[in-house]
Ligand binder design. Structure first.
Ligand code: NAD
Length: 429
């Protein structure tokens, strides 16, 4: 995947933090504590590959902060994974659990690997190897992993099985995002994408815009994008294009239909990594544009739901004057430079760690259900999710209005205040 080598997600996360630390006048000790992960683990995972050769994969886990509860955050499998990306994502998880007001902290893990080129058995060995290296430092009361980019319920189940084998007991709360029927929660698959749209619905209400009269453009066609598109379409909105990665060409494309994309038809020609078959898309009448074209469409709403560093100082100027809302499904899609431009242009931003908090909220529900060994119906899960997302959104929006500040800053103020207070109450700073 083509990535900007000069971009450093961790530096961006620290810049965002520093700005709010200044606004809050945080003392030096608290700043020093929260600017970096509390703990981090780096390790090698030896795997005997299908051809008999042994390959060592690099694995990571960062535990940014656990003052409000056990660490929580996904594990990414990605060929361009770096420790700084994992650090940034672990910090963003701390803010996410805090703004959502769930009793968890922030963590993140990763393995440098490309599942496109690994058999199921090789992926299972990486999952089990990752757990063997970190089994003493994670757990239901310490740090709880979950799926992220290119990891799924199956990966979580292999990890759970290895953890339970090592510790000699059943620990269904060790990991979330498990398959339904194996300790997973109904609604988890939908949770992040639906959560993005619950917050978008509230923002549209606040701005007095009828969803039925809006159009949107989406970057990404994976788990988050899929369910965001589904719920937004059910609200009456029209998605005119999606952009995703093409495995064969090693670049991305935007697929466009002016009268609105057909989600089910596109899903039927999409691989398990969220890549659309471009030849079949053409046959279905989709216009094929460059990958970056999703950002310059004449729409009301942009939903980045792929990766970080997509709305940058350069690309932000391509955004149409018609765009009123950016709902960030992905983590860290907008750089601080681009944020300034969006603010000046009065674009309403629903910041990533609020907009995409649905996944971690539902993961928390999964843990609660596992601990009770009693599982809720899907409607109940989604109802509770909507209530939690809506109340988090309202708290952010109320503060933004009261203090006349940008929504991202308001979300940060709430989250950082909660975490700083927990550190103080524990006597850490
Ligand atoms: P996914 O792996 O299911 O899908 C990723 C999608 O992005 C794919 O369609 C891929 O083709 C596309 N993509 C990758 N690079 C691209 C590029 N350069 N241009 C255009 N498209 C590109 O991942 P996901 O679970 O949907 O996660 C998407 C984002 O949301 C990530 O930033 C992730 O960290 C974040 N997120 C996910 C969850 C969750 O529960 N899945 C929760 C919170 C945040």
């Amino acid at each position: 995947m083509a990535q900007d080598k000069s971009f450093n997600a961790f530096e961006m996360a620290q810049t965002q933090f520093d700005k709010v630390a200044d606004m809050l006048n945080l003392d030096q000790g608290t700043r020093d504590l929260l600017r970096n992960p509390f703990r981090e683990y780096h390790f090698g995972i030896p795997v005997r590959m299908d051809d008999g050769a042994v390959k060592i994969f690099r694995g990571f886990r960062c535990q940014h902060n656990d003052a409000r509860g056990p660490g929580k955050g996904g594990i990414r499998f990605h060929p361009q994974e770096t420790i700084d990306t994992v650090r940034a994502l672990s910090m963003w998880m701390t803010w996410k659990t805090a703004v959502a007001d769930i009793p968890l902290g922030g963590g993140k893990g990763g393995v440098i690997c490309d599942p496109h080129h690994l058999s199921a058995l090789e992926q299972e060995k990486i999952c089990r190897g990752w757990v063997r290296q970190i089994a003493k430092n994670v757990g239901p009361l310490a740090d709880i992993p979950a799926p992220d980019v290119m990891t799924s319920g199956q990966h979580m189940l292999w990890m759970l099985d290895e953890f339970e084998t090592i510790h000699g007991n059943k620990y269904p709360g060790f990991i979330t995002g498990k398959p339904v029927g194996m300790g997973g929660s109904l609604g988890r698959t939908e949770a992040t994408g639906y959560g993005v749209i619950y917050t978008l619905r509230e923002a549209l209400k606040e701005l007095g815009i009828n969803p039925k009269e809006t159009t949107a453009s989406v970057q990404g066609f994976g788990n988050v994008a899929h369910y965001a598109i589904k719920l937004y379409s059910e609200m009456g909105g029209k998605i005119i294009c999606v952009s995703c990665w093409d495995q064969d060409d090693q670049k991305s494309y935007t697929y466009k239909k002016n009268d609105g994309i057909d989600l089910d038809a596109l899903l039927s020609i999409t691989d398990r990594f969220g890549g659309i078959d471009k030849n079949k898309a053409r046959e279905l009448g989709y216009e094929q544009l460059p990958g970056e074209a999703w950002i310059e469409q004449d729409v009301d709403i942009l939903i980045p739901a792929a990766l970080e560093n997509q709305i940058t100082a350069e690309s932000v100027n391509k955004i149409s004057k018609r765009v009123k809302i950016v709902a960030e499904g992905a983590n860290g899609p907008t750089t601080p430079e681009a944020d300034k431009v969006l603010k000046e242009r009065n674009v309403f931003v629903i910041p990533d760690f609020l907009a995409n908090a649905g996944g971690v909220i539902c993961s928390y529900f999964e843990q609660v259900q596992c601990n009770m060994n009693y599982f809720w119906e899907k409607e109940e899960v989604l109802e509770k999710l909507d209530a939690k997302m809506t109340s988090a959104y309202k708290a952010v929006s109320d503060l933004a209005k009261k203090k006349n500040i940008f929504t991202r800053d308001a979300a940060y103020v709430i989250a950082i205040n909660r975490v700083a207070q927990a550190c103080k109450d524990r006597g850490w700073v």
